[in-house]
Design a protein around this ligand. Structure first.
Ligand code: ADE
Length: 244
């Protein structure tokens, strides 16, 4: 079976703007059940229809729906509606200077996705909390497309506690994000191949406040992210999974 139907999941509108504009994607009205805030778009890459879903706005707080709660739900309804052959979670993330990250570097998931903020010190639940959800093997495409392979660790906070850092390190992670493991879990439940692309907005192991760096670099990171999504989609479309 060749890959002909990709679904891209992005949390924030600003992260998605470059690709929405570049591909001139159209919004599909009534994409999902009208209780849900998610927005569905479609565009064309390599003559194939590609769908993109963003989290939409939280009605109470009037901000974008980010982190694992909307991510799991949007992944599930997207898979049910689109029946994609490949799911890509794209977004921005924090990186580590000491592990070679720079602002704007785009990482591609190179191994299982894990959590760093689900600490449950009860036998069995400790491992369940951290989890380990599959990523597609991406070493060939990373090399061909000049993307940096990296391990991604997911949590629900933009800031970092000492506990989080300890688990991020034991996850051997290069990248700290807020959605990838959640979406990888849903992809696994549905038996769908998954990969994540994360563009770095902030360096966690430097002195600058994360939220300031994030806002300052969101636009450049999203631009790089848009480019990477298009390149990865072009690489994957019309190939069998076994040839990626
Ligand atoms: N997204 C962008 N920067 C992040 C960070 N430092 N942690 C989690 N998610 C992020």
């Amino acid at each position: 079976m060749i890959i002909s139907n990709i679904a891209i999941l992005i949390a924030m509108r600003e992260e998605a703007n470059p690709i929405l504009n570049q591909l001139k994607m159209d919004m599909i009205a009534d994409g999902f059940d009208n209780h849900l805030p998610f927005e569905l778009y479609k565009g064309i890459i390599e003559e194939r229809e590609v769908h993109l879903v963003i989290g939409g706005k939280d009605k109470v707080y009037n901000v974008d729906n980010i982190a694992t709660q909307p991510a799991t739900l949007s992944a599930h309804v997207t898979i049910e509606k689109i029946q994609p052959d490949l799911i890509i979670n794209a977004g921005t993330a924090g990186g580590f200077k000491k592990r070679g990250a720079n602002i704007g570097t785009v990482y591609i998931s190179s191994d299982q996705l894990k959590y760093h903020d689900r600490r449950i010190p009860i036998p069995g639940y400790r491992e369940y909390g951290i989890g380990a959800y599959p990523s597609l093997k991406t070493d060939r495409m990373a090399q061909e497309l000049n993307l940096v392979p990296g391990i991604i660790s997911t949590g629900n906070s933009l800031d970092l506690t000492d506990n989080d850092l300890e688990i991020i390190q034991s996850n051997n992670a290069d990248v700290k994000d807020m959605e990838a493991a959640a979406i990888a879990w849903v992809a696994m439940l549905h038996g769908k191949p998954f990969l994540a692309l994360k563009a770095i907005t902030d360096l966690i192991d430097t002195d600058s406040p994360t939220q300031e760096e994030f806002l300052e670099n969101l636009s450049i990171a999203s631009k790089n992210l848009g480019q990477a999504i298009i390149e990865v989609s072009k690489y994957c479309l019309n190939k069998p999974l076994s040839e990626l």
